[in-house]
Design a protein around this ligand. Structure first.
Ligand code: ADP
Length: 357
């Protein structure tokens, strides 16, 4: 088991700064997901934890002991990568046994561990096969088996599911979660896929441009994103945003767009004339029953997915997506009226992009 602490961690490659002061405390046994767009520094951070990359500045601790210069092999960490990196000429058993053999452990000591890992990962029937005779999911499980037999205190996963097809990804997501629930070790998991982050993490760390934007439980982040970046990155289809200024009418605070569309705001400390951006998730927009009430939306595209129907259109000049559970008899170019319930509005300062409510 292991806790990990990062204090003001900086990284630069040559002259290029990549991480700009990362502070993060990871508790023993936690499943933490680092998520963010490609190039935001997730892999760099993970490789620094593994000891594969120098730390340019700041302090890094494992179980409370400073570990900036600790060699990788002394960190009690196992890593699983996107490319499984299996030896093609070795059987599944020998692939998993590779590490223990390298460390000159006697076979009698590691064989039971391999058998237990194989049983846990449903690999027992395949132990004598070569990697080429396995499916993508089975190969990924062998890579995990190799990590599991090390019995590491800390598991690092770097985009382990990116090479798998959609169905297998969903299955392996559940298997990795189940593995963590059985082993109860600390996991740091890197992905650019926000669905993976939300479904797997005890907590997720949303990164952008070498900085942490927000840390929290998945649904807390979904319900209360700290800024416009997090609001737009987490959730699919993405949150809708409408810009305007704060105005007062009949004692009600409104957002008024350039074209004069008025949207009632929830109670919140706002300044008259302030430029704000409201956000609303696609599933929170409702169709208005009466044509005379609500806000007009012109439809561009209707996308049935089976379970839900997505309607795409515009409010003012802002692109807008609505997710509906009920099927609708609508066509592109139709004009519909929608409600934006004020209890579901997220309010951000347009200039600072920070959450206001
Ligand atoms: P992510 O994992 O979020 O996609 P990375 O950690 O791989 O991001 O990369 C972060 C930034 O650091 C990127 O701009 C990338 O180009 C740069 N970078 C990564 N590795 C190196 C390297 N070895 N030398 C120079 N720049 C690098």
């Amino acid at each position: 088991m292991a806790s990990v602490q990062l204090k003001q961690i900086y990284k630069q490659y040559e002259q290029t700064p990549v991480l700009h002061g990362i502070d993060l405390q990871i508790e023993d046994g936690e499943f933490i997901v680092l998520v963010g767009p490609s190039g935001c520094g997730k892999s760099t951070l993970m490789r620094m934890v593994a000891g594969l990359e120098d730390i340019s500045g700041g302090d890094f601790y494992i179980d409370g002991a400073r570990a900036n210069e600790l060699p990788p092999q002394q960190r009690n960490i196992a890593m699983v990568f996107q490319s499984y990196a299996l030896y093609p000429h070795l059987t599944v058993y020998e692939n998993i046994a590779f590490g223990p053999r390298l460390r000159k452990e006697p076979e009698s000591s590691f064989k039971p561990r391999i058998e237990a890992a194989a049983a846990m990962l449903n690999l027992t029937p395949y132990l004598q096969r070569l990697p080429k005779a396995l499916s993508g999911g089975q190969r990924q499980r062998v890579a995990m088996g190799r990590a599991v037999v090390r019995e590491p205190a800390l598991f690092l996963f770097d985009e382990p599911l990116s090479n798998l097809d959609a169905k297998l990804r969903v299955q392996m997501r559940a298997e990795i979660k189940a593995l963590h629930q059985r082993l109860k070790n600390t996991v740091i998991y890197v992905t650019h896929d926000q669905i993976e982050a939300i479904t797997m993490g005890d907590r997720i760390v949303v990164m952008n441009g070498g900085k942490i934007e927000q840390v929290g439980k998945p649904l807390d982040i979904y319900d209360r994103p700290a800024n416009i970046f997090v609001a737009s990155f987490i959730g699919s289809p993405s949150m809708n945003f409408i810009e305007g200024t704060v105005q007062l009418k009949d004692n009600k605070e409104l957002l008024v767009t350039e074209q004069g569309i008025e949207i009632e705001l929830p109670l919140c400390e706002l300044i008259l004339g302030q430029q704000i951006t409201i956000g609303i998730r696609p599933e929170h927009i409702a169709l208005s029953n009466q044509l005379e009430s609500g806000i007009e939306l012109s439809l561009d595209l209707i996308e049935p997915t089976g379970a839900e129907t997505y309607l795409y259109g515009k409010i003012d000049r802002f692109a807008c997506c609505i997710a509906l559970r009920e099927r609708q008899n609508l066509a592109p170019q139709d004009k519909i009226n929608v409600q934006l319930p004020k209890q579901h509005l997220h309010i951000f300062d347009t200039v600072s992009t920070l959450r206001l409510n």
